[in-house]
Design a protein around this ligand. Structure first.
Ligand SMILES: Cc1cc2nc3c(=O)[nH]c(=O)nc-3n(C[C@H](O)[C@H](O)[C@H](O)COP(=O)(O)O)c2cc1C
Length: 204
């Protein structure tokens, strides 16, 4: 199938993950086009659109959200998936409210009538020496809130990208290809547990 990967990045980690995802999709015989949001790619005429962005200030990078906003109408008709690159992967509950982790993805889900059929978080990287002065100050505060110090850290793991690609293709076959306007009811009625039982039977 034809896949568009649209992304943004500030320090290159998301770009690295996108490059690996492209290679892995291609190894599975899919045709992949990669485009930075600044190239203003059109999401029309693809079988699948993958959106990728780092998390900044508690949400998907605004440049990706801007692209989504601009192409929302066209995107409703295309099966979509996403990954976000972040440091606070597990997430927490602060005073009864979900914070971080997969809750970062909320704006990307709420942006659509027909939401992405799959999405996940991938570990990011922080290198204080490479941050702009302003970003450094923000990151010192970010880690202070977590009770940690800002230091060089990497949570990036190629296996997370491999798992993303494997699952996107699996779930695309199960229900992703129906997750578009006009067919969405079929996908919403998908019996996930029946699929699990079917797999269990197949495994014996
Ligand atoms: C200014 C700034 C704000 C950030 N805010 C968050 C955040 O709210 N939550 C989080 O998990 N990670 C946050 N991060 C970490 C980034 O998501 C991480 O460094 C990621 O790898 C950056 O990807 P990029 O290199 O593609 O820009 C922040 C990083 C910076 C520099």
């Amino acid at each position: 199938m034809r896949i568009l990967i649209v992304y943004t990045t500030r320090y290159g980690t998301t770009e690295k993950a996108v490059g690996l995802a492209k290679k892995l999709f291609e190894e599975r015989n899919h045709e992949v086009e990669v485009a930075h949001v600044e190239e203003h790619p059109s999401p029309v005429n693809y079988d699948l659109v993958v959106m990728a962005a780092p998390v900044y200030r508690d949400g998907p990078h605004w440049d990706l959200m801007g692209w989504v906003e601009k192409h929302r109408e066209e995107l409703e008709d295309v099966p979509k998936a996403f990954f976000l690159v972040a440091m606070h992967l597990a997430g927490s509950v602060f005073m009864g409210k979900l914070h971080g982790g997969i809750a970062y993805a909320q704006p990307l889900i709420e942006a659509f009538e027909v939401p992405p059929f799959y999405g996940t978080l991938i570990g990011g990287e922080v290198n204080p020496d490479k941050l702009s002065e302003e970003d450094r100050r923000k990151m010192v505060r970010f880690y202070a809130v977590l009770g940690e110090k800002l230091e060089k850290k990497s949570l990036f793991n190629e296996k997370d990208v491999e798992a993303f690609v494997r699952r996107v293709l699996l779930y695309y076959d199960w229900f992703g290809k129906h997750f578009k306007r006009g067919e969405v009811e079929k996908a919403k009625n998908f019996d996930f547990m029946e699929k699990v039982r079917e797999l269990e039977r197949a495994m014996g």
